[in-house]
Design a protein around this ligand. Structure first.
Ligand code: TEU
Length: 565
């Protein structure tokens, strides 16, 4: 492709270049529609006091970076009081901060500083379970007659003190734990230190809704609801049938989860939570939901759009790298979510980072730029995981004695745990990657930090970070990417995914993504008579001419091109 002066003018004329466009003056869309929400794992983002563990003040210190990156909101994973068995997903006080992360005053300062920068703050609401040290559970386990006796899921054991059902914990072993004081078992979908709340009890519901109000009154915009499918279990206590032969990495039988996941009662709770969120302007509920099919995802928006605003589409980003699969998933999201906004995600603190999971170890930066484009150009809201914008790779522990995540400790070596995707954020090439001034950090920084870091990538033209920034900017200023509809264009090409976003009566953006590690040529027949110009590409310069009849794509190449109509 060639760069020409006249094409630059053409690109400006069709509204592609930054200088030619401004965001719409009065935008009545809710803030979360087409928003980019940046997930922060606070232990690993920035350590302000040198103890080797990230904290709230560390986040506040880097809000300018996030503003410059161009995100609309942040979701911070749990920083509430917790024994940290599951690094904060075991909460012992929902309305206070764990001292290792800071204080309520620190949090209020974070909120105020984020607000100044127009960044919304979402908290992680662990709704399915508390810590076994939570005062509610301490009381509940003490007798069968106390005031909180029915706040958790208690059942009599079978004769011989066998567990009430064959249900298996998601983190391995029986999902039941015997409590001598009650001579009963309690249910835990996750660790035994994470007893499940009894959502059939109205007092539990009220207490949890009051937690939401506590934080929303302080100014948080909403919540990412943890482990939504696990809220209810079969009231009749039916055993799960065997799903397939063999054993899990924890040595358990592999059972279905038809009596323990995604029960219809979950939707009743989501409707109630939505009403609470709607008591506040701008309230938003994001949901963590690993569901098997698009119909299940659709249900989480509510039959009348009155449940989650944004259930995560985990099927899209956590499957194989395949143009065919992405095409099918994006089409489903467009047509089968009853008008709900899809929420796309490639990375989080529970899954190996995408460039390692999907890549072949070569062309990692190219793959990162292609995945960025695939994430940020469809009609969707987006979750971005800290470090994803740098192209950070996974870095699993090599020895069992180094593992911090209890999943890895229990499941080693088949299951290495989630430390690899929770490595400290790489700010610069200094000691501890600029994450901490401490002598040691809770997890060691990944060796790649010397080149993959914010400081180096800010300087480097065409770096993954600068590509993300340009893409986030384009997504805001380009009418087609901001508001346009979505049409798949290159049939069933197994290697290259292409689609068009078109604003009403306005310019169009053509997105072309090579989902393979080999060069490809693609022809967009429906646009063969048109000529466009590159708006942003991982391999071509802004303003370069684009001829849709024959587009040469290098390995993992990505391109966004502007067209007049
Ligand atoms: O995860 C819920 C969930 O479905 C996980 O079991 C996920 O499948 C697993 O981590 C994959 O390895 C949420 C949180 O995101 C996770 O970090 C917590 O450990 C879990 O809930 C328990 O609160």
């Amino acid at each position: 492709m060639r760069r020409t002066g006249s094409l630059l003018c053409f690109a400006a004329a069709i509204g592609g270049l930054a200088i030619a466009q401004r965001p719409a003056a009065s935008d009545s869309k809710p803030w979360w529609r087409n928003a980019v929400i940046y997930q922060i794992y606070p232990r690993s983002f920035a350590d302000s006091n040198g103890d080797g563990v990230g904290d709230l003040n560390g986040i506040t210190n880097h809000l300018d970076y996030l503003q410059d990156l161009g995100v609309d909101g942040i979701w911070i994973t749990p920083f509430f009081k917790s024994p940290q068995v599951d690094f904060g997903y075991d909460i012992s006080d929902y309305t206070d901060i764990d001292p290792q992360y800071g204080t309520l005053a620190d949090f209020d300062r974070l909120l105020a500083e984020a607000k100044k920068r127009n960044i919304r703050v979402l908290l992680d609401f662990v709704v399915n379970h508390t810590s076994d040290r939570h005062p509610w559970f301490v009381e509940s386990r003490s007798s069968r007659t106390n005031a909180k006796a029915d706040w958790y899921v208690w059942r009599d054991p079978l004769p011989g003190r066998r567990p009430p059902t064959n249900w298996i914990s998601i983190f391995g072993g029986s999902a039941w734990q015997f409590e001598p004081a009650r001579k009963q078992d309690y249910y835990h979908a996750f660790y035994k230190e994470q007893p499940d709340l009894n959502w059939r009890n109205p007092d539990v519901r009220k207490a949890m809704y009051d937690v939401m109000r506590f934080w929303m009154k302080r100014g948080v915009a909403g919540f990412r609801l943890d482990a939504v499918p696990s809220l209810f279990e079969d009231a009749q206590l039916r055993d799960e049938p065997v799903a397939k032969p063999g054993k899990s990495s924890y040595g358990d039988p592999i059972l279905t989860r038809q009596y323990t996941d995604n029960l219809p009662e979950c939707n009743d709770v989501l409707r109630e939570m939505r009403k609470v969120a709607d008591e506040f302007a701008d309230g938003v509920l994001v949901g963590e939901a690993y569901v098997p099919a698009v119909e299940d995802l659709a249900k989480l928006y509510g039959a009348n759009g009155d449940e989650l605003h944004l259930p995560m589409d985990t099927m899209f980003g956590f499957g194989a790298l395949s143009a065919t699969r992405y095409r099918a998933r994006l089409l489903e999201a467009e047509t089968q979510l009853n008008g709900g906004t899809p929420l796309l995600v490639f990375n989080n603190h529970d899954n190996p980072r995408s460039v390692s999971r999907l890549g072949d170890g070569r062309n990692t930066a190219e793959l990162a730029r292609m995945l960025a484009t695939l994430l940020l150009t469809p009609r969707a809201s987006v979750l971005l995981y800290y470090g994803e914008e740098l192209g950070m790779a996974n870095d699993d522990p090599k020895r069992k004695e180094d593992v911090k995540d209890i999943i890895g400790i229990k499941g080693w070596p088949q299951e290495k745990g989630r430390d690899g995707e929770r490595k400290p954020m790489q700010w610069n090439a200094d000691t501890n990657a600029g994450f901490s001034t401490g002598a040691t950090t809770w997890l060691p920084v990944a060796p790649e930090y010397r080149t993959v870091n914010v400081a180096a990538e800010t300087r480097e033209r065409g770096s993954v970070l600068n590509y993300y920034k340009a893409l986030l900017r384009l997504r805001k200023i380009n009418a087609a990417l901001r508001d346009g509809d979505f049409t798949l264009v290159n049939g069933d090409d197994p290697n290259v995914l292409s689609f068009v976003r078109r604003a009403e009566d306005g310019p169009a953006a053509l997105i072309v993504l090579n989902c393979t590690g080999a060069p490809q040529t693609v022809a967009i027949r429906s646009m063969a008579d048109k000529q466009g110009a590159v708006l942003l590409s991982s391999f071509a310069a802004e303003g370069d001419a684009v001829n849709p009849a024959a587009i040469q794509m290098p390995a993992y190449g990505a391109m966004v091109a502007g067209f007049e109509k």
